[in-house]
Design a protein around this ligand. Sequence first.
Ligand SMILES: [Cu+2]
Length: 157
Amino acid sequence: MRRWFALGIVILNVALWPVVAVSQQTTGDRDVAVEAAWARATAPDSKTGAVYFTLRNTGQSRIDLIGVRADRASIETLHKTVNDPQGTTRMSATAELRVEPGQTVVLEPGSIHVMLLDLETPLIEGKVLPLRLKFYDGDDLTVDVPILAPDAEGPTG
Ligand SMILES: [Cu+2]
């Protein structure tokens, strides 16, 4: 009995790895669209990864993204890449991401991204990483993030 149960879990896990080109989801009481989510595959020995997506506010009220969670990382933060006057590129943590009604925020390389630290397993090309987004009003949203090639520049090219 227990063995069959375990097998069921394995089949369910396989079913949860769909090939998703674009993630677009909307929550119930408010309009949040997460589009074009993607991540680069990571090297086998790498403990860090980054996730990018477009966050669109199609509703009437402000959206505050206050947290992100991925099961395979122990720390997830919102980062912003900045170039200081000396020409050094640094990443700094951003506590939240605010999107006003009608606005769109694009997370992309060299700019805002979700930083995954202390990854338990590498991000493998062709797989999908479920990422939970937590909003200030208590809503959360799970996005299936397609993992692209290590040198990918985005979901379309
Ligand atoms: Cu970062």
